[in-house]
Design a binder for this molecule. Structure first.
Ligand code: SAH
Ligand code: SF4
Ligand code: F3S
Length: 475
């Protein structure tokens, strides 16, 4: 994704080689990342740890001494893609016997030594909480051994590590605020691959955001599997841990980050419908630089399916949260994630998903067919019994409906003059820039005198379901 945030936890940004210019010398590291924003953010931590140990980075796997792939397990096809990539690298290794191939991230954690011992695809396996150990693990492999660290931690947040920014634009950056997840949605592998939820010291978060602003960044996205459960100096029951120190919840953290600089935009992902409080919505409404955009995954529009998914809310509760957003933050963009074809989902229940989409009218949605994951509650308890062609048909209906909603919302923007933060040059021409509105709509426009990193006012003149286009308005 390099690292443009199209969404929070999405595997659509697949396998981008990420590197930065740094001085020659030392071993050459090639690092490829799959999966969600959290993984890309982790890759920046990994790069930082290894560069501090004298590694340099390269964009060319052919010239690397060490190849690391940061991986995702969220759906079966995500893992299959990574396996194929590992096989490619192993073919290259036949000509370069000294080459170290390692796997990081969620698939490393899930499969542990399997890829090493049974499939013989890697020399090194490092789970998400073991990156500080990477220099030692690489050394072990150089010494002729295989190396593994898949221990999960209750307190690792890499809070003290300044990530090496690997994004290409230098304008939008990720900042992790929590790691792990305690929710146990029945379909989801993340609690197994990322371990228990823990929050990061708020002062290190504010410091990192300040450093990003000073380095020219104009937008940060605060990352967590469930940002609303961020808590510092509090137990999960809300009890204060250390009476002599202040506590911080997510709404308070948002306000702290908003105070870094009025020209630093703040986004966050992912919000959880069961935990998103009105306090968070009031914080968004109060600060101009906290973007009016919320990614609120619904997964299904049917309360019985939601119960089986162990999501912790009903359709009515979810709609109550949508009403609160619309009341407290008028004109707020809302996007979602939807899983279709979950165990036992009836045609009627599928219709409920379509009807909640019509009720909410999302700006955007990430839509998936259910993919059974080993060890999850759903795998143990329910049968994955919806035939592939039914899943496919339902997915197509969901996608088609979403496109009509996205297009209708985008059409409503035509004629408006909106503030856009220019993020990159457009893929097709350097004369055009791509940026985003506060509400997270992508806008393409002729650059005139504007540069990447500028805020510009753009009159919207046209759109597709995926983006807006317009002209800069001179003032
Ligand atoms: N923590 C976030 C999202 C994590 S994963 C949240 O709670 O919303 C991102 C999305 O992948 C999920 O929202 C869900 O829609 C989808 N997903 C997760 N597990 C899946 C599975 N087994 N099959 C299909 N989609 C899945
Ligand atoms: Fe998975 Fe649910 Fe946690 Fe999201 S909240 S990461 S879907 S278990
Ligand atoms: Fe992210 Fe995939 Fe892991 S979505 S948390 S990289 S399973």
């Amino acid at each position: 994704m390099g690292i443009v945030l199209d969404k929070d936890m999405d595997e659509s940004r697949q396998g981008e080689a990420i590197s930065m210019d740094n001085k020659e010398g030392g071993k050459k590291l090639y690092l490829e990342s799959y999966g969600c924003a959290m993984n890309f953010s982790d890759s920046e931590v990994v790069a930082s740890i290894l560069i501090n140990q004298g590694f340099s980075t390269t964009q060319e796997s052919a010239e690397a001494d060490v190849i690391l792939i940061n991986t995702c397990s969220i759906r079966e096809n995500a893992e299959q893609r990574i396996r194929n990539r590992l096989k490619q690298f192993n073919r290259a290794k036949k000509q370069r016997p000294g080459l170290v191939i390692g796997i990081l991230g969620c698939m490393a954690e899930r499969l542990k030594t399997n890829l090493l011992e049974e499939e013989k695809l890697v020399d090194l396996v490092a789970g998400p909480d073991s990156y500080r150990d990477l220099p030692g693990l690489i050394e072990e492999v150089d010494g002729g051994q295989k190396a593994v660290n898949v221990l999960l931690s209750r307190d690792e947040t890499y809070a003290d590590i300044s990530p090496v920014r690997l994004d290409k634009n230098g304008v939008t950056g990720f900042v992790s605020i929590t790691r792990g997840c305690d929710n146990m949605c029945s379909f989801c592998v993340v609690p197994f691959t990322r371990g228990r939820e823990r929050s990061r010291d708020p002062h290190t978060i504010v410091q990192e955001c300040g450093a990003l602003f000073n380095a020219g960044y104009r937008e940060v996205t605060l990352l967590g599997q469930n940002v609303d459960s961020y808590r510092w100096n509090m137990t999960s029951k809300g009890e204060i841990k250390d009476e002599t120190k202040p506590t911080t919840n997510f709404a308070q953290l948002l306000e702290m980050v908003a105070a870094v600089h009025p020209k630093l935009r703040i986004r966050f992902s992912t919000s959880h419908p069961k935990d998103m409080t009105d306090d968070v919505l009031h914080a968004i409404a109060k600060h101009d630089n906290i973007c009016n955009y919320i990614h609120l995954p619904v997964q299904s529009g049917n309360s019985d399916v939601l119960k089986k998914m162990n999501r912790g809310y009903t359709r009515e509760w979810y709609m109550n949260r949508i009403e609160a957003i619309n009341r407290i933050i008028p004109e707020c963009g809302i996007s979602t994630d939807i899983i279709t074809g979950f165990c036992g989902e009836t045609e009627e229940q599928h219709q409920d998903t379509l009807s909640i989409m019509r009720e909410v009218k999302y700006d955007a949605a990430y839509m998936y067919k259910y993919s059974e994951r080993p060890k999850t509650l759903a795998e143990r308890k329910y049968e994955d019994d919806i035939p592939e062609e039914v899943k496919q048909k339902r997915l197509e209906q969901i996608i088609e409906l979403q496109h009509t909603h996205s297009l209708a919302i985008n059409k409503e923007q035509i004629g408006k003059v909106l503030e856009v933060l220019a993020e990159t040059e457009s893929k097709r021409s350097s004369d055009r820039l791509m940026g985003r509105t506060d509400r997270n709509h992508k806008v393409i426009f002729d650059r005139k005198n504007a540069n990447v990193g500028d805020y510009v006012m753009v009159r919207i003149t046209d759109c597709t379901h995926a983006s807006l286009s317009g002209e800069i308005v001179e003032d």
